[in-house]
Ligand binder design. Structure first.
Ligand code: HEC
Ligand code: HEC
Ligand code: HEC
Ligand code: HEC
Ligand code: HEC
Length: 203
């Protein structure tokens, strides 16, 4: 459980870099150079296309596509600061090709990830947030949002490594990409239902 540590140089460098590239605008995903080959699709069935990583994803995933241009969304911030495309984050091409085998533009689009994950390793890939554990801690050393009713304070970037009970927590639990940012403290309540950052003390 972290006491506040002095702000780290890495954060200052990060902030400077963010300002430097904040001038880049949010632009929609580049349309695919070629139209993907159509498969099947009789006159009375929806058109099915072979999935490829360089197709225009937003024609079907309009909701997520819109977040690439909405400055309040994590996805757009990644477009601005790192020229991110859909597949920079959704990188599991084999699983995605499989998921899209039967997909058509008229299907109901998914509201959450089921077959794939954007895990910590994806966020911390080389050239992305490839910071050491100490640098990650320094990044949020001054954040006091995670303070429970007994005054126990936790550094948000300490939570994922805390104990086995936190093994399934993802970066995106606190950092949504296609939805409004959540309050980090709200992500604890599902398990720490009594507002205390401990278990096995009351029952
Ligand atoms: C022809 C329409 C269409 C296009 C184009 C398309 N998708 Fe999809 N996508 C779907 C449908 C439909 C599903 C839901 C499939 C299912 O659950 O059976 C889906 C599911 C997904 C999922 C959820 C996977 C999971 O974990 O459950 C992701 C992520 C995704 N698509 C990303 C992409 C990306 C990235 C692209 C562009 C490279 C893309 N899609 C292009 C229709 C499309
Ligand atoms: C998926 C359930 C879950 C979520 C979400 C969760 N915790 Fe926990 N937490 C646990 C469990 C279970 C324990 C008891 C230790 C164990 O079994 O891992 C625990 C223990 C702790 C402890 C005590 C660790 C220790 O050394 O004993 C702290 C501090 C803590 N959690 C903080 C947080 C904070 C802060 C959040 C929100 C950002 C959070 N947890 C979210 C399940 C969760
Ligand atoms: C328990 C919640 C939580 C988890 C899990 C979490 N973060 Fe954070 N993170 C925060 C908070 C709170 C901040 C400070 C406020 C902000 O910038 O959103 C922050 C800040 C950041 C920043 C600096 C953003 C900025 O605007 O300066 C980066 C980069 C970051 N987190 C990346 C990650 C990555 C990568 C992971 C997964 C390895 C992760 N975070 C996991 C809560 C979390
Ligand atoms: C910066 C990383 C990032 C980028 C860029 C990104 N995604 Fe996502 N995507 C995520 C994460 C993380 C989730 C999990 C839910 C969340 O955080 O909002 C997700 C969830 C999804 C889902 C599940 C439904 C949902 O909204 O939760 C689909 C479908 C999807 N993304 C498609 C796309 C498409 C299509 C693009 C490009 C137009 C795209 N994503 C760009 C990280 C990204
Ligand atoms: C401050 C005290 C306190 C702490 C700390 C606490 N709980 Fe509880 N918990 C309670 C109370 C009170 C109940 C209600 C007990 C009852 O109704 O019998 C309860 C009920 C539950 C139940 C439902 C049990 C049932 O039989 O219906 C679960 C599951 C649970 N807690 C899990 C957890 C987990 C996991 C943690 C740690 C992440 C935790 N609790 C931390 C006080 C606490």
């Amino acid at each position: 459980m972290g006491k506040a540590k002095p702000i780290h140089k890495a954060l200052i460098a990060f902030a400077a870099a963010a300002i430097a590239i904040a001038v880049a605008g949010c632009s929609p995903q580049e349309p695919a150079a070629e139209k993907p080959a159509e498969q099947g699709g009789g006159s009375d069935s929806a058109v099915q296309v072979a999935w490829s990583p360089d197709m225009d994803c937003a024609t079907c995933h309009a909701t997520e596509g819109a977040t690439m241009e909405d400055g309040s969304m994590g996805a757009c911030i990644h477009v601005q600061e790192a020229q991110t495309t859909c597949i920079s984050c959704h990188a599991d091409e084999a699983a995605l090709a499989d998921v899209h085998k039967e997909a058509t533009a008229t299907d109901t689009m998914p509201k959450k990830l089921k077959a794939t994950v954007v895990d910590a390793a994806s966020c911390q890939a080389a050239g992305c947030h490839d910071l050491s554990a100490d640098e990650m801690l320094a990044c949020t050393a001054t954040i006091t949002d995670l303070t429970d009713s007994q005054g126990t304070q936790v550094n948000p970037h300490e939570v994922m490594g805390l104990t086995d009970g936190h093994a399934d927590i993802l970066c995106s639990d606190c950092h949504n990409m296609h939805k409004a940012e959540v309050n980090a403290a709200d992500t604890c309540v599902s398990c720490h239902h009594a507002g205390v950052y401990e278990c096995n003390t009351c029952h």
